[in-house]
Design a protein around this ligand. Structure first.
Ligand SMILES: O=C(O)CCC(=O)C(=O)O
Ligand SMILES: [Fe+2]
Length: 194
């Protein structure tokens, strides 16, 4: 997974004219493997296996079995991401969106269940080291057409925010920056009143 993840980073960097920036950024990455198991469900229209969310990680490399259930939202409609033998689905997450200065977008996705067959998926979530500053390469930023879309942050701080305060969706990163601003203001007020 290490070789595959870094290889994908190399390709993503090349796709944006940023050379090996992303691959080098993710050397020594801090990643997680998750196994999802969705049992058969007698009332699949009443529930979801995994509700709508985005992956806040950098990229998620997902392998699903042959049952099907992964869906992605495009223009407010849900579309099946059908299993294709021997393939992976690669999802972009918030951290990578910020690293590309918003060039790569984050897909809202979910998993539905069915009443015939249990399903499983395995996801490799590739994250940078927790304290590494997330900052796009110079090639993707300029003052006039491509100003910075997101301030500097660390994956460690975003991860803590998601775990403790907010489930990942399209608003996560904005809520995270708002919270960081509030915390900065509070800190400044308490130091100036000392
Ligand atoms: O099981 C799936 O196909 C989706 C799983 C997923 O989106 C996740 O674990 O973040
Ligand atoms: Fe996901």
């Amino acid at each position: 997974m290490d070789t595959l993840g870094l290889g994908i980073m190399e390709l993503l960097g090349k796709s944006l004219g940023a050379g090996s920036y992303f691959r080098e950024f993710f050397e020594g990455h801090d990643s997680i493997l998750r196994h999802n198991w969705y049992p058969r469900c007698q009332t699949p229209h009443l529930t979801l296996g995994t509700g709508p969310h985005t992956d806040s990680v950098s990229i998620a490399i997902l392998h699903q079995d042959d049952v099907g259930g992964l869906q992605v939202q495009i223009d407010n409609e849900w579309f099946n991401v059908s299993p294709y033998p021997g393939s992976f689905v690669v999802n972009i997450g918030e951290t990578f969106m910020a690293l590309t200065n918003g060039k790569y977008k984050i897909p809202l996705h979910r998993a539905v269940v069915n009443n015939e067959k249990a399903r499983c998926s395995i996801v490799f979530f590739m994250n940078p080291q927790a304290d590494k500053i997330i900052k796009p390469p110079g090639e993707l930023v300029d003052d006039e057409i491509n100003p910075r879309k997101f301030p500097d942050f660390t994956w460690g701080a975003l991860h803590e925010f998601i775990q403790k305060e907010y489930r990942a969706d399209h608003n996560t990163i904005h809520c995270f920056f708002e919270r960081q601003q509030q915390q900065k203001k509070l800190k400044n007020t308490s130091t100036s009143s000392q």
